[in-house]
Write a protein that binds this ligand. Sequence first.
Ligand code: PXP
Length: 236
Amino acid sequence: MRLGVNIDHIATLRNARGEKEPSVFDAAKICINSGANGITTHLREDRRHIKDDDVFYIRKHLDCFLNLEMAVTDEMQEIALKLMPDACCIVPEKRQEVTTEGGLDVFSQQDKIKSFIAPLIAKGIKVSLFIDADEKQVKASHYTGAEFIELHTGAYSGAFNSPLEEAEFIKLKNSTKLAQSLGITVNAGHGLNYINVHRMHEIDGLNELNIGHSIISKAVFIGLDNAVKEMIRLIK
Ligand code: PXP
């Protein structure tokens, strides 16, 4: 499985002081040099962590697979077409939420999503839709023409080590199978950490995991390079 490291919270820390440290660019470089397959950033509408300059600077100065997480807005579509990341992951976004709380409801806006992602796909950007592990969301994603989905693993992570874990895990497994049968490549992410990530090996053919908070948290104690290498050891 590939690892995309989400470095949003390096920016959270930097923004807390309003100065330049820690450098988001240096963090991206360390992740790539430590073996990560890509860098993931969520350019939120309110720019609470990653800023426009961060993504454009990384794109220009670092040779890496760049995955831009973004909401379904005209502003973000325009930025993505200018930035030309390798991948775009389309996520829902609510201003008040602390983090992305649920998957994108593709089912109730299939045609809107289809026309939103079409120009991105036409430019060669790999588009994935961040959805809950739900049959109707997987089928709707297929309808839009997206070649990738990212399954929201938040419910599984939250249920880990509880009686609900198995049910959440089965949903991930079944949605992956269904998506793969439709020709969709499946990624996963959200809430994954050093303790719960091992079960992702039980899901055949998962392509990529996008992990942020747990890696950046561990980096505080053991350094970012070690935190990335340790996660890679667990998922390879
Ligand atoms: N994937 C997506 C689409 C996300 O929105 C996020 C959180 O920004 C992540 C992965 C990473 O989640 P976490 O920080 O919990 O590892």
